[in-house]
Design a protein around this ligand. Structure first.
Ligand SMILES: Nc1nc2c(c(=O)[nH]1)N[C@H]1C(S)=C(S)[C@@H](COP(=O)(O)OP(=O)(O)OC[C@H]3O[C@@H](n4cnc5c(=O)[nH]c(N)nc54)[C@H](O)[C@@H]3O)O[C@H]1N2
Ligand SMILES: Nc1nc2c(c(=O)[nH]1)N[C@H]1C(S)=C(S)[C@@H](COP(=O)(O)OP(=O)(O)OC[C@H]3O[C@@H](n4cnc5c(=O)[nH]c(N)nc54)[C@H](O)[C@@H]3O)O[C@H]1N2
Ligand code: SF4
Ligand SMILES: [Mo]
Length: 764
């Protein structure tokens, strides 16, 4: 018998409502949930294809072990847990906890059960070598928020529902469906800004899908955003447009910022950011004059040079123009479950409390930058990484210098992956533990709810029953935690109690964490039976979600500093601003290029690139990334309906750059960076700023041919073969994935052209 189950889509941050027609464990159809209080019937092609992942015959159903010949054989859960538990504890006993590294991938951001166990897992292993997708997209934002607001997860959200002016930098929400901006059908919401007479300005080196529908596109140079944003703030101050009362109301330490702004006058930054001074002045005046306005910056800015200063500068611009915590400005949601409270209680939040062994890069929110993984595995000495746990991640494709990491994985003593698929990363694992995956479990989006443009609450039931013998993600993690001697919370006395409880048959369940958060949260019943507030039971009774209204003005409800204000007098941030100011001076002398790369790297990092000429301004292009509506980072490419049509893994090149390189539209050309030279299919387009080329990430599936047939047939190339693990942002050590110096040249059809991915010069 068919029944309909309503559920929030877990695939990205937009939190769209899906309606599943289900018969037993069979999903007959996936439709938009028209009654969802937030998405009102919008879904994207990925959401519509979610059942194809469920039905994918290539998705793993049982644990597997790698054999001597590199193939995989099924094993039982008991065997698998024993093997993993024994090997990890043995390695830890012999070499110390730091010998085990961890990578937590993007999907855990939408998996509340695993998020609730994150601290428990970190503590159970005891390692400081935890890394995650966060250092690929958010660490600069986290660190800025940690210092400014006292909580890494307190990130302002542009109130696009009510704003008259949106300044959008380094984000392409029409394709990504929004990041730190949870707004299903964001395209309609952006169109509405213009329909009500407002203005949308998109700052991006590429004329993106979002830019095409905006009032104005400003083609900035990669890495230029921090200086550009500070320049806007400088104009507002210099022209007497600053809202000083607002600054005093919302912040402390403004003088420290103000006296640094002079270095960022439009004329001083214009060449470095690639935007003329007159345009900078005009945009500053517009931003200050609009009735309401919000500046918003995301991944393109965060994973480029100066990401932390750019995140700070976004908030500084909002502040000086009187936009922080104001309706139509940069606002803070009031989520019904606030993950940052758990972080605070478990002391998990922070920055630079420890550093990586080899390069000394700092931790952010408990994670070290993913760019350290290969060197920590390769470099001998105490604390060398010998075992690796990957959780819902594909770092070989998603972290810089993926080839170096793949080679390092081959040298490990032990690797275990918790994943749905055998892919470019998990194929190196000794054991893969596949969850019965999300649709078999209930769902709450803990993180995205805190970035939503309206306050909403939503709990979703499992869509299909868990197959016999299957385990949910959180059940796998919990079992590993217990085998490693820890407990679910990472708080010693609580874990001790849970371990005791387990002996008498008590099981920790993630639901209890959510119930606690909701009931003690801003809308909660506070565990008082006579109070009308929310609890999990009430959420369960509202299958289309509960709308809790528009975002509230003010910031104290989300800021964790005692005075409820934004703190600007922060040494690390101010020093980074000073460093940027100095690099601008250097830039003026160098006269060209962009601020991201004033010191070309000479390739002396023992990275297999020795002998390759240094890349300097003038002789090269700058590589940035992009996303595609039908892709989800490095996965979902095994769904035929999502990869059909024209190949999308192409290098977008401005026609004049292509001409200079002697390359035509449709050619396969050679792209070269400090660390890699390889073939790319070229598409010419004037949507690129001249001098900048764009390649999407998440492709390069050739190595997965035995295990993911569809993906391998649409393999593409991995941008992270070219990105450089030695190039990181200065405050948090985030990988610089946007703004990599590259050269492009025509492929000569000679047998030893350094074209093939296995060109001898590139092998280690
Ligand atoms: N050059 C460049 N590189 C980038 C980026 C860029 O812009 N440019 N973007 C970066 C960003 S923003 C991110 S977030 C990262 C993403 O990169 P990763 O963190 O590596 O995440 P994904 O590529 O999404 O891979 C997700 C993996 O989780 C598995 N999976 C999916 N759902 C589940 C589940 O429910 N349970 C389990 N156990 N496994 C699951 C999938 O099979 C897949 O292997 O990539 C980064 N890499
Ligand atoms: N369809 C789809 N949706 C996704 C994903 C996906 O893979 N596919 N991934 C999800 C994930 S993990 C994330 S984190 C979000 C990210 O979502 P967004 O933050 O919207 O990121 P992108 O779509 O990568 O857009 C980044 C933009 O930055 C531009 N850019 C590059 N360098 C610079 C620069 O230096 N300055 C400026 N101003 N712009 C620059 C790029 O051209 C690009 O248009 O998307 C999520 N949603
Ligand atoms: S936009 Fe995101 S949340 Fe909405 S259906 Fe698509 S993948 Fe799912
Ligand atoms: Mo991301």
């Amino acid at each position: 018998m068919t029944e309909t189950v309503f559920r929030t889509c877990p695939l990205c941050e937009a939190m769209c409502g899906l309606a599943f027609d289900v018969d037993g464990d069979r999903i007959d159809a996936v439709r938009p949930d028209r009654e969802d209080v937030f998405s009102h019937g919008y879904i994207c092609p990925k959401g519509a294809a979610i059942a194809d992942v469920h039905n994918d015959p290539d998705r793993l159903r049982t644990p597997v072990r790698r054999t001597a010949s590199g193939t995989f054989e099924p094993i039982s859960w008991d065997e698998a847990f024993k093997l993993v538990g024994d090997r990890l504890t043995a390695i830890r006993a012999k070499h110390g906890a730091d010998a085990i590294a961890l990578y937590m991938g993007n999907p855990i951001a939408h998996n509340y059960g695993v998020l609730a166990l994150r601290n428990g897992l970190f503590n159970a292993i005891g390692t400081r070598n935890c890394t995650s997708a966060g250092s690929q997209d958010a660490s600069p934002r986290f660190a800025a928020s940690y210092y400014l607001y006292g909580a890494s997860l307190a990130s302002p959200v542009p109130d696009i529902e009510r704003t008259d002016y949106l300044l959008c930098l380094g984000a392409n929400p029409r394709v990504s469906n929004g990041s730190f901006l949870t707004a299903p059908d964001v395209r309609r919401r952006l169109q509405a800004i213009r329909r009500r007479g407002g203005r949308v300005v998109v700052v991006d080196p590429r004329r993106t899908e979002t830019a095409r529908e905006a009032d104005e596109h400003v083609a900035i140079l990669p890495g230029g955003d921090a200086a550009f944003l500070l320049s806007l703030a400088q104009v507002i101050v210099a022209e007497g447009l600053a809202r000083r009362e607002h600054v005093a109301l919302r912040s402390t330490g403004w003088e420290q910022i103000e006296r640094r702004l002079a270095a960022f006058a439009p004329e001083r930054v214009a060449a470095a950011v690639g935007i003329d001074a007159a345009t900078i002045r005009r945009l500053a005046r517009e931003f200050a004059a609009a009735r309401t306005a919000a500046a918003y910056s995301r991944v393109g800015v965060c994973n480029g040079a100066h990401g932390t200063v750019a995140s700070l500068a976004t908030d500084v611009l909002n502040l000086v123009a009187g936009r922080v915590g104001e309706v139509g400005g940069a606002m803070f949601p009031t989520p019904p479950f606030d993950a940052k409270t758990i972080l605070k209680l478990t002391k998990a939040d922070g920055h630079a409390r420890w550093r990586s062994r080899v390069r000394g890069l700092p931790e952010t929110l408990g994670d070290l930058p993913a760019a350290i993984l290969a060197e920590e595995m390769e470099t001998p000495g105490e604390g060398q990484v010998r075992a690796f746990v990957t959780y819902a991640g594909n770092p070989v494709l998603s972290t810089p210098n993926g080839r170096r990491l793949a080679a390092a994985l081959g040298q490990l003593e032990f690797m275990v992956s918790i994943d749905l698929y055998i892919n470019e990363t998990t194929r190196h694992a000794d054991v893969i533990l596949p969850p019965a995956w999300g649709l078999c479990d209930d769902h709450v989006d803990l993180i995205s709810t805190g970035a939503a443009v309206r306050n909403v609450a939503r709990w979703s039931p499992p869509v299909v029953p868990k197959p016999k013998g299957g385990l949910a993600d959180w059940e796998i993690v919990l079992e590993l935690i217990y085998r490693l001697g820890g407990g679910p919370t990472g708080v010693r006395w609580l874990d001790w109690a849970y371990r005791l409880g387990r002996r008498i048959g008590f099981t920790w369940r993630p639901e209890s964490t959510v119930d606690l958060l909701v009931r003690l949260g801003p809308y909660g019943d506070g565990f008082l039976p006579w109070r009308k507030g929310l609890n999990l039971k009430k959420l369960k009774a509202a299958p289309h979600g509960i709308d809790l209204g528009p975002l509230e003005p003010g910031i104290a409800h989300r800021v964790m500093h005692r005075d409820g204000k934004m703190h600007l007098d922060v040494r690390v941030l101010l020093e980074a601003v000073d460093e940027l100011a100095r690099s601008l001076e250097g830039h003026a002398l160098a006269g060209g290029g962009h601020p991201a790369r004033l010191q070309p790297n000479n390739g002396a990092n023992g990275n297999g690139a020795a002998g390759r000429p240094a890349f300097g301004p003038g002789d090269s292009l700058v590589l940035i990334g992009r996303r595609d509506l039908r892709s989800n980072n490095s996965w979902m490419h095994n769904v035929a309906g999502l990869v059909s049509g024209r190949p999308r893994c192409t290098l977008l090149v401005h026609p004049r750059d292509a001409q200079r390189a002697g390359v035509r539209d449709g050619d396969t050309a050679i792209l070269e960076s400090r660390i890699h030279a390889g073939e790319v299919p070229v598409r010419t387009s004037d949507e690129m700023r001249e001098g900048v080329v764009s390649l999407p990430h998440g492709w390069g599936h050739a190595a997965s041919a035995p295990w993911q047939q569809v993906a391998a047939a649409h393999a593409g190339v991995s941008i992270n073969d070219w990105t450089d693990d030695q190039e990181v942002e200065s405050v948090v050590g985030q990988s610089i994935l946007n703004g990599v110096r590259v050269r492009l040249r025509a492929k000569v059809n000679a047998p030893n052209d350094a074209a093939s991915p296995t060109a001898p010069a590139l092998q280690r």
